[in-house]
Design a protein. Structure first.
Length: 135
């Protein structure tokens, strides 16, 4: 059920043997991800449960889900980019059907992130699912 953009990330991860290379790739994804407008970095868009500062601003257009996001930590911004690849462009009704833990496990993220980062990633997924469910 993953999007083509997420499949591309998964293929790149399959190609990269070393976790350090994968980690650097996540950081590069974060560097390439568009910066979020400062006006959206407000308490209402802040994700609770993350060790770093994280903001997610949903954008729903013509029934399709998208979001802007940002973080003060480059690895976390990379994780936001990974989640964007997983969810962006999906019909809102399909967002809740994505098995995010299974898809992220394909990348090995569950085995290589600290417990704090894993908790933050889970909190971001929960926020995305909640926003889509409310839409």
């Amino acid at each position: 059920m993953a999007t083509p953009a997420f499949e591309e990330i998964a293929e790149t991860f399959d190609f990269l043997d070393d976790w350090e290379d994968r980690y650097r790739h996540v950081i590069e994804l974060g560097k390439a991800f568009p910066a979020m407008d400062e006006a959206f970095k407000v308490p209402a868009t802040k994700v609770q449960g993350c060790a770093s500062q994280v903001w997610l601003q949903p954008v729903i257009t013509d029934g399709r889900f998208d979001f802007q996001g940002d973080s003060d930590a480059m690895i976390v911004k990379g994780l936001i980019a990974v989640l964007h690849a997983l969810y962006a462009g999906l019909p809102v009704a399909e967002v809740g059907r994505v098995d995010a833990p299974a898809e992220l496990a394909r990348l090995g993220l569950t085995d290589h992130l600290s417990s704090q980062r894993s908790n933050g990633l889970r909190a971001m997924v929960e926020r995305i699912r909640a926003v889509a469910a409310a839409a």
